[in-house]
Design a protein around this ligand. Structure first.
Ligand SMILES: Cc1cc2nc3c(=O)[nH]c(=O)nc-3n(C[C@H](O)[C@H](O)[C@H](O)COP(=O)(O)OP(=O)(O)OC[C@H]3O[C@@H](n4cnc5c(N)ncnc54)[C@H](O)[C@@H]3O)c2cc1C
Length: 409
């Protein structure tokens, strides 16, 4: 039974980084926005490790008390260990809850109305069959009428799925993680751990959040591996291989679990009166499956394009297409190149990983950050060629181009 109807220009479904950023940009551009989140508060459940890049957090204006800075990047494989050490921080580990709530606060400051405990269950259409809002199951079973709906509901893509325009992601990452107190934490060094014992099609990680707090987790590629990341994480915390033993006693404080799409850019992301953004659109760097910065960046684009479409009186797919053109231009080539490297990584044996991380260890901090962020632009590649005339550049170039050199690397 519907008890209440509310009218908005734009309804944003999902209060994650994509949704809050879309609501922020739309409200800032002068339209009436509702941001709907099914949980009891923004970021009640954390589903991410929260690693991103200092350049991006500064550009977004995220306050420094929302993150811990990282300047050393360590990797271990079964029989090898390398570190890329820097004099200044380039990565950060976010206080996820604080950051996501800050993003929502920015939307509220611009005038967006935020509704928590508001689970979107269905989409409504007008007489011409066009999307005209959403139904929710909250205490009041509200209907939110709107000219545009932005689906920022993450992996679930509730709006697009209920319209039947998308099906479940076929390839995705599943990750389990503890936020934990640890006795010995090197708070400016992260660890990525690769090879069969850590994760057969993925990696394990230690990301420091503060002096004594870490996030320790396991990510597994599906359907490539049938391993349960939660079970594998428990095993690793018991056996303490590699850098895990150096943490001393580990006391879990909070458990996190999440899924992230890894199907490349397979989805159409604009329809009449509808935009998909963030994980709902598959906007993630497949190399390490990081999507927070893209969610914020393209959330803002989605909000701005939607607001302009409303002001122009044309909310058709054609009018919203600017959004899709913008984000594809920014990341399509990078994601395609990164997917090729990821395909190679998924098939590596332990011995091959021992050699692969040797190449990573030879990169300068600049080169490493470009690589891990999938910034494979021509300028970066030329710089890399000048610095590593033989080994690394040939290897990386060949993978990005999708070919192999005569000697197999
Ligand atoms: C284990 C793991 C580790 C990760 N680590 C990193 C990392 O270190 N760095 C990085 O950049 N990325 C990482 N990612 C990816 C990153 O978390 C996502 O790319 C990012 O969160 C996408 O943001 P989003 O807003 O699109 O979706 P989400 O963050 O998933 O937000 C979606 C929101 O929609 C809400 N919602 C869902 N359904 C409904 C509904 N029916 N009604 C109302 N609200 C609804 C949800 O409750 C949620 O708040 C990781 C992912 C996983 C799974």
């Amino acid at each position: 039974m519907v008890s209440k109807e509310l009218d908005y220009d734009i309804v944003v479904v999902g209060g994650g980084p994509a949704g809050s950023s879309a609501a922020f940009a739309a409200a800032k551009n002068g339209v009436k926005v509702a941001l709907l989140e099914k949980e009891e508060c923004i970021s009640q459940s954390v589903r991410t490790s929260g690693v991103t890049w200092i350049k991006d957090v500064k550009k977004f204006g995220i306050p420094p008390d929302c993150y811990n800075e990282i300047k050393n990047y360590s990797f271990c494989s079964p029989n090898n260990q390398v570190s890329v050490r820097d004099s200044k921080p380039r990565a950060v580990v976010l206080d996820v809850r604080k950051t996501y709530q800050w993003l929502a606060e920015q939307a509220a400051k611009e005038g967006a109305d935020i509704f928590v405990k508001t689970n979107v269950t269905d989409v409504i259409r007008n007489n011409q069959g066009k999307i005209s809002g959403v139904k929710t199951s909250s205490k009041e079973n509200c209907v939110f009428n709107s000219k545009i709906v932005i689906d920022a509901s993450g992996f679930q893509s509730v709006v697009a799925k209920s319209l039947g325009v998308v099906t479940q992601w076929e390839r995705f990452g599943a990750g389990a993680e503890y936020e934990a107190y640890a006795e010995h934490v090197d708070s400016d060094t992260w660890w990525l751990m690769v090879g069969q014992q850590y994760s057969p099609a993925g990696y394990a990680w230690i990301f420091p959040v503060s002096k004594n707090i870490i996030r320790i987790g396991v990510g597994v590629g599906k359907p490539e591996s049938s391993i349960d990341p939660t079970e594998r994480l428990k095993e690793l915390m018991e056996k303490k291989p590699g850098p895990i033993k150096n943490l001393g006693k580990i006391t879990p404080i909070e458990f996190h679990y999440g899924l992230i799409p890894n199907d490349g850019l397979s989805r159409k992301t604009v329809y009449d009166n509808l935009i998909l953004v963030g994980d709902s659109a598959g906007q993630a760097n497949p190399l390490v499956l990081e999507g927070i910065r893209y969610a914020i960046m393209f959330g803002r684009v989605a909000g701005e394009v939607s607001a302009n479409a409303i002001k122009s009186g044309d909310t058709s797919e054609k009018s919203l297409k600017k959004y899709e053109e913008n984000w594809k231009k920014a990341i399509k080539a990078k994601i395609n190149s990164a997917s090729k490297i990821q395909d190679r990584w998924i098939g590596l044996s332990d011995e091959e990983w021992d050699k692969e991380i040797e190449i990573i260890g030879k990169l300068t901090p600049d080169e490493f950050i470009d690589f891990i962020k999938a910034d494979f632009g021509l300028t970066n590649m030329v710089k890399l060629a000048a610095h590593h005339p033989k080994l690394a550049v040939r290897h990386l170039f060949n993978i990005v181009k999708g070919s192999k050199s005569k000697d197999g690397i």
